[in-house]
Ligand binder design. Structure first.
Ligand code: DC
Length: 219
């Protein structure tokens, strides 16, 4: 993985970093790592196996032996398509809980680093720049105001035909951000060498263009 170009994009929930990272990867012909999906898969697998999200060693064992296949847009867990199941708010909350456990993060490290393949990788998450790919050539901290993020998540859920309440979503996002920022291992934070991209008043295209322009300057 030493010479593989890596763009690390970190940021809080519902900032749009996943969408931006995916489009940047397509534009550059790079691979894409959705590291949040790996934590979500761990939470779902633990739940399926009757393992409590607070049982650090047991969840770490689940993480270690996660049977996952990424097939384009489809994600298979033990052979079952769980692409939609891992996107629920309940599993998002579980992901945030298991992600706070150091043994779980350690168990998932090599699995994430293995995504760094030629011709390059765009990884998105919370600790791409700080822990997983500290030597990434480009680091971006992509954020937006809490109100803008809650509104985006609300529209996403309504778009999927789910029942959504803006006040509940806002409270949930704030709780998740607080947990992701306060945890002792790999807390959500802007790396000192990361560019700040505030997308509160910015569309997806503009955000993608900015990341690609930063990359062009580096490459
Ligand atoms: O990006 P997301 O909402 O799919 O992530 C789900 C949870 O996983 C999030 O609350 C924090 C955690 N996570 C993490 O701790 N480190 C990462 N690199 C990615 C996600």
């Amino acid at each position: 993985m030493l010479n593989v170009p890596v763009i690390a994009i970190d940021g809080p929930s519902a900032s749009g970093k996943g969408t931006v990272a995916q489009i940047v990867a397509e534009r550059l012909g790079f691979h894409y790592l959705d590291s949040g999906a790996i934590y979500r898969l761990t939470a779902l697998a633990a739940q399926n196996q009757g393992v409590s999200w607070s049982d650090e060693q047991a969840v770490a064992a689940v993480a270690q032996y996660l049977d996952v296949v990424f097939e384009g847009e489809r994600i298979l867990l033990a052979g079952e398509d769980v692409s939609a199941a891992i996107r629920s708010e309940q599993i998002g909350s579980g992901a945030s809980q298991v992600a706070a456990l150091p043994a779980v993060r350690a168990a998932l490290l090599a699995r994430q680093q293995a995504f760094a393949q030629m011709p390059g990788l765009v990884g998105d998450g919370r600790d791409m720049a700080s822990v997983v790919f500290p030597a990434a050539q480009l680091k971006v901290f992509l954020t937006a105001s809490a109100a803008a993020r809650a509104e985006r998540r609300y529209k996403q859920l309504i778009g999927r035909g789910e029942v959504a309440d803006l006040a509940v979503i806002t409270a949930d996002l704030e709780a998740r951000d607080a947990r992701d920022r306060a945890r002792s291992v790999a807390p959500l934070a802007q790396a000192p060498d990361a560019y700040l991209l505030d997308t509160t008043a910015m569309g997806i295209d503009e955000a993608v263009n900015q990341v690609v322009a930063w990359w062009a300057k580096k490459a």
